[in-house]
Write a protein that binds this ligand. Sequence first.
Ligand SMILES: Nc1nc2c(ncn2[C@@H]2O[C@H](COP(=O)(O)OP(=O)(O)OP(=O)(O)O)[C@@H](O)[C@H]2O)c(=O)[nH]1
Length: 554
Amino acid sequence: MHRCQLSAVEIKDPSSHMSDKQQQLLQLKDHFARRVYEEARHVVNSWGQLAEVHWQEVWFNEFTLAATKLVGLAERHGFMPLAEASGQLVAVLAAAEAHITPSSDVLEQLNTAIGQIATACSRANDNMALKQVSAGRKPVYLCFNGSAQATLLKEQLASFGIPAHCFANQVDLNEAILYRLPAAMVVDTDFGDQGVALVSTLQMDLRAPIPVIFYCQQTPSLAIRLAVVRANGIALYVGQMDVDILIEQLIGVYSLRSEPPFRVLVVDDSRAQAMYAERTLNYAGLFTRNVNDPFEVLEVIESFNPDAILMDIYMPGCMGPELAQVIRQQDKYDSIPILYLSAESDIDKQLDAVGRGGDDFLTKPVPKTVLIATVLNRCRRHRGLRAQMIRDSLTGLVDHNHTLDTLAKLIGQNLEAALPLTFVMIDLDRFKQVNDSYGHAMGDRVIRALALYLKQRFRLTDVIGRYGGEEFALILPDTDEATAALLLDEVRSGFEKLTHHQGPVEINVTFSAGVATWTPGEDASALAHRADLALYQAKANGRNRIALASELPH
Ligand SMILES: Nc1nc2c(ncn2[C@@H]2O[C@H](COP(=O)(O)OP(=O)(O)OP(=O)(O)O)[C@@H](O)[C@H]2O)c(=O)[nH]1
């Protein structure tokens, strides 16, 4: 087995110097952290279910109870950002009513509070270390007949903060499941000779199915594929398992919040009509904003950033199709779907409207279910296409242009608040050597691993971009230079310990980073330039280190 240590730094485990008492205290803190984070997770998950059950009283009450409990727990154990966010949630809930779908404004306030709870949980630079966050995580159960593959997988998952337990037989698995349900399972279809049937039986007894990823060594028959679907399998891998893809999927299972709700702009001069469309869409959990004066549309599109526009045809001073053409004049709005909602029943006029910048035509009166389904479909396609446009295909991260655009936008928003905003450039060390010695495929594997590692370590509000080939960029809002440097150093030291496998080859790779915090008056490119200079300094100082722009020689 080849082993290549491209750069090495000795890192000691800080807990090795602690007394027994200090260790006990740390364990106790771990325990409380777990309780607080599990409660927060419960609140976030219940929120997802509330819209599905149409705000039924019993769910609403359970959700309110969970949020109230979280405030108490978070306050008692000193998780102040979490206590504050859940306190806001309880305050908004007090003004909402069970049974009644909240208005878009209230929905947005609730969602903001939930977002803050999720963010507070995933803040790696809070007082809580990542280790403690992952201690609160439910484990993944790995079920393979042989132990070698499961052990390797367990080690890799641990590097990403995902706890896992291996099971070699059905009896041990059943016992473990009685004790604690896993966050997800990875199961060999041959596990105990009948992996899929086993999972199927298990899922029947559960209120909510466990996400299961199946793995099949031989090409599976259609019967097996069908059985996997029926056992709630979220994926089926055949042959060699790609650990990176598996980890990405598991990170998805763990992520506290999925996609933010879709946003729909309703343009109608009739307030009553606009309100009807809004209520219908709010009922399905979509955010809406309405504009009654067509001349205000451009301004609202810029601030509201809709995933779709629902537009009337006949409005005073400006027809819907004319407005659609005005919107389409700007490239950046070209991909937003525009759906007309009108009583116009003349097919020629409908076709003309769709021909002039529209995507669909819905004739009033439109059944609520049709309106919801059509708008949801358009929103989903829009998000999907946009993600393809701005994301890098190897890592799924946003590309160079989008990173810089976002930086400029955040600087613009930050002008008044003047909160710290930090930009970081990261570059893999001696990466040419990795490609030259082990091939491009291994290089790509390392790039994907770093992307996953960063996604796992940073908050939902942080922006992670692939800046160039082996270069990454981070935008860390509300983070000062010293905090960013500490955080980056922790990530640097974790990443260098991560082993990248390809066949019999195992390597470790390091990175260097340059950190620069925005100074008032500075634009995005000047800030990025300072981060780049700091990165250059980190490389010049020997690599596998972090350099700060503020400490650069003038
Ligand atoms: N596998 C792979 N390699 C890439 C990709 N993009 C860029 N590279 C390679 O990354 C290497 C970057 O090499 P250099 O800029 O010379 O720097 P380095 O070897 O990393 O050395 P230092 O940055 O000075 O530590 C080049 O060999 C590029 O071909 C990619 O998407 N996949």
